[in-house]
Design a protein around this ligand. Structure first.
Ligand code: BES
Ligand code: MN
Ligand code: ZN
Length: 490
């Protein structure tokens, strides 16, 4: 499938499906659209009338064009009101059109421009088209007949935006890389195969790579006892993955991205009961998958920023070697943790990964994790929680998220709640009371950061979609690769 920006006028475009964008309240056809309507024997104006099409955001209407016309079908897509246009309007419209083209080979899309730059519009549309068309049928023995047949997609009126399209393809590819890692079951994506994936990325795109084996983790500072405690019941060895992207010249800043990489979360001895979604816990490496997806995109986009990508991969299992509820673990910074719940394992793996990241002397550390069900209760499935010790970093990330069309909401780092993690016997417990569960998780992580500006993103909801939303189909979303790429590039 090829996406191209074209100079071809709307009137001259020929192909299977021509989609035109309509602003809400602007259904009276003007200029080229009026001429096209005339040429197509009033197909467009009749479609608008028949469907009572109003141009509301997300709505579509399709009609076959009769006779020997150079266009076989016409689609209308609503962009909402002109004053409400933002990049997400073009993204949603492009995704909706891409999903309509189930049998067509050639598609032309002509959307109105607005306050956003042609570059940003071309990028958003390209990302949306690729992501909305992506289906993951790797685990079906026969190909699905619903697979899109599109060969070429012309972005009409966006000639000259080839670079934006190329960048969008790289970013969408990073998102798909993350989606495929999350969609793959835990018998395929293990700490070992995740490390192999990272190794392939390093080789293919010239990243530096270091894999710390269990013995290396034991030797790091005071020993990564928290991370290793989580993995000790698994038959698969832990793999602490550290990829580095270094720019050619001097880096204008250095950052670290740390992704929770629990390839399967059974809960450990606090085993997840049936009905708790244990069978979905292959998604518990969603943070790590997005970290690797971002690494893939950054390695190809080559910004002037040094980026460290860290995935402390392991599996939370049960066996005679499992960590027990009540066990005390020591993290690499020497802090001791009473494990009052083995199912609060993500924060244990991240504790050591954060200590490791801070030793790299970066300007900012961002961790992303499918950390708590409590965050899903608070914000629902489409919005990630955001905590930060640094206002500048929070502002940067919110801006990056806004233009990526990914949703975050900042929650308080309420120090008082740390009282809920007080332990009689160790420096802290790993689990507090149920209320504010995603906040105490953030406060726990904060114990492993000294003074580097730091942000925690709880992505438990948005890494997975139970039904299509925006550019996502059902399944893994690749959230928040687009935000992280924007942020690194900013
Ligand atoms: N991986 C889960 C969180 C999760 C839940 C991710 C649902 C995606 C969807 C995490 O390790 C976990 O089990 N958290 C516990 C914490 C509790 C024991 C304090 C939870 O949220 O119930
Ligand atoms: Mn858990
Ligand atoms: Zn987990």
């Amino acid at each position: 499938m090829q996406i191209k920006a074209t100079n071809t006028a709307l009137l001259d475009w020929t192909g299977d499906l021509l989609a035109v964008g309509i602003l809400e309240g602007e259904t009276e056809l003007l200029g080229d659209l009026a001429k096209l309507d005339e040429k197509l024997a009033a197909t467009i104006s009749e479609l608008i009338a028949d469907e009572e099409f109003e141009g509301k955001a997300g709505t579509t209407a399709v009609s076959r064009v009769g006779g020997k016309n150079p266009v076989r079908k016409i689609a209308l897509v609503g962009l909402g009101k002109a004053q409400d246009l933002k990049l997400d309007s073009w993204r949603s419209a492009a995704a909706a059109i891409a999903r309509l083209a189930t049998k067509e080979k050639t598609l032309g899309i002509s959307l109105p421009n607005g306050s956003e730059s042609a570059e940003d519009i071309a990028q958003s549309m390209t990302e949306a088209i690729i992501l909305a068309l992506h289906q993951d049928n790797r685990f079906k023995s026969k190909p699905e007949d619903k697979e899109p047949k599109l060969e070429t997609i012309d972005l009409i009126g966006l000639a000259g935006q080839d670079r934006a399209i190329a960048n969008a393809q790289i970013i969408a590819d990073g998102v798909i890389f993350a989606r495929e890692l999350v969609n793959a079951p835990a018998n395929e994506v293990t700490p070992v195969t995740m490390a192999q994936k990272a190794q392939q990325l390093a080789k293919e795109y010239g990243l530096e790579i270091k894999i710390l084996e269990q013995a290396d983790c034991e030797k790091f500072e005071q020993g990564m006892g928290a991370y290793l405690g989580v993995g000790q019941a698994s038959d698969i060895p832990p793999k602490f993955i550290h990829l580095t992207y270094k720019p050619q010249g001097t880096a204008k800043r250095k950052v670290a991205i740390v992704g929770k990489s629990v390839t399967f979360d059974s809960g450990g001895l606090n085993l997840k009961p049936s009905g708790s979604g244990i069978e979905t816990m292959k998604m518990d490496m969603g943070g790590g998958a997005a970290t690797l997806g971002t690494a893939k995109a950054i390695a190809r986009l080559k910004p002037d920023v040094e980026v460290h990508f860290i995935c402390a991969a392991t599996e939370n299992m049960i066996s005679g070697k499992a960590m027990r509820p009540g066990d005390i673990l020591k993290a690499a910074n020497g802090k001791t943790i009473e494990v009052n719940n083995t199912d609060a394992e993500g924060r244990l793996t991240l504790a050591d990964a954060l200590v490791y990241a801070e030793k790299l002397e970066v300007d900012a550390i961002v961790d992303l994790a499918t950390l708590t069900g409590a965050c899903i209760v608070a914000l629902g499935n489409n919005i990630a929680g955001l905590w930060s010790t640094d206002d500048t970093l929070a502002t940067e990330m919110k801006k990056a998220a806004e233009s990526a069309g990914e949703k975050f909401w900042q929650l308080p780092m309420e120090e008082k709640y740390f009282e809920g993690l007080k332990s009689e016997i160790a420096d802290m417990k790993n689990t507090g009371p149920r209320p504010g569960g995603s906040i105490t998780a953030a406060l726990f992580l904060k114990q492993f950061i000294k003074d580097t500006p730091w942000m925690h993103l709880d992505v438990a909801g948005p890494v997975w979609a139970d039904s299509p939303n925006g550019v996502n189909n059902k399944g893994a979303t690749g959230f928040p690769v687009r935000t992280l790429v924007n942020w690194v590039n900013s």
